[in-house]
Design a protein around this ligand. Structure first.
Ligand SMILES: Nc1ncnc2c1ncn2[C@@H]1O[C@H](COP(=O)(O)OP(=O)(O)O)[C@@H](O)[C@H]1O
Ligand SMILES: [Mg+2]
Length: 257
């Protein structure tokens, strides 16, 4: 199954806090073609998670439009086309690992694919923990359950909000490789929010740098490295040059560069 295009067209969003409007997203336009991999970088609190929640129809925009496969995001989500891994793992604490990973099938009223569930638990390195409850797992393990859950229905759009933030470096590199492998095989249109410039450049076709709140696109950079990308790319001077360039865009947005 091919990815679906995801588009934000002149989208704005404000929250009202104690009667005052807090502008979080300001006229954002971003087109993610079918099967593309976009990484989003931006300072903390700039509106990245809000952008993702708009694509899930968990927030309503107050101007512009968000479309998934040309449709209202709520339709795409209800059809099971969208997989999501939130910043906090957001697991159900009373359910086991396998029952958390199975959840999207239940929400959609579909028969769970047992093999897919087992394969993904294995893939994220949690074999043997199928029957454990979230409270018995470390933060990194819980996050890996959330990653497995985001992939279990073979989504055509994959939205990931700092999914690897709680993992140590070695595990993070491993998960990066796995995500690249899954993306290359199934090509869901992927939007990855991350703090890691190197992670963004390693994984994405394109890195979008956002300004401090309200979020605007400060830079939109194509990542030219061929795939599959292996660990040797991390030692390539061209890789580091691009990371430095993107880091400079992030700093310039802070206004203190
Ligand atoms: N539901 C909400 N109600 C009020 N303010 C919110 C809500 N969600 C987010 N915000 C505020 O919007 C801003 C952007 O939040 P968020 O999108 O989570 O930022 P990021 O993910 O980039 O760190 C923050 O100032 C946050 O406090
Ligand atoms: Mg966030």
């Amino acid at each position: 199954m091919q990815g679906l295009p995801l588009s934000f067209n002149d989208v704005s969003k404000a929250f009202t806090i104690k009667g005052e409007a807090l502008r979080v997203i300001d006229g954002m336009t971003l087109e993610c073609p079918a099967g593309s991999f976009t990484a989003i970088l931006g300072p903390s609190g700039c509106g990245k998670s809000t952008l993702l929640r708009l694509a899930l129809a968990l927030e309503e925009d107050d101007g512009g439009s968000v479309k998934v496969g040309g449709d209202d995001p709520v339709l795409a989500r209800r059809s099971g086309a969208v997989g999501v891994a939130f910043q906090d793992a957001a697991l159900l604490p009373w359910r086991t690992v396998q029952d958390n990973v199975r959840l999207p099938f239940e929400v959609l009223g579909r028969t769970p694919d047992r093999k897919q569930i087992g394969d993904l638990i294995d893939l994220v390195g949690l074999k043997g923990f199928e029957k454990a409850k979230p409270g018995e797992l470390s933060g990194g393990m819980r996050q890996r359950v959330a990653i497995a859950r985001s992939l279990v229905t073979d989504p055509r759009v994959l939205l990931m909000d700092e999914p690897f933030g709680a993992l140590d470096l070695i595990l993070r590199r491993q998960m990066n490789l796995e995500l690249q492998r899954i993306w290359s095989a199934k090509r869901p249109t992927t939007l990855l929010i991350t703090h890691g410039v190197d992670e963004a450049v390693y994984l994405a076709d394109r890195v979008v740098v956002l300004s401090p709140r309200p979020a605007r696109v400060l830079a939109d950079i194509d990542i030219p490295f061929e795939r599959p990308r292996g660990p040797e790319l991390l030692r390539d001077p061209a890789f580091h040059e691009l990371c430095d360039e993107i880091g400079a865009h992030l700093d310039s947005g802070r206004g203190d560069a």
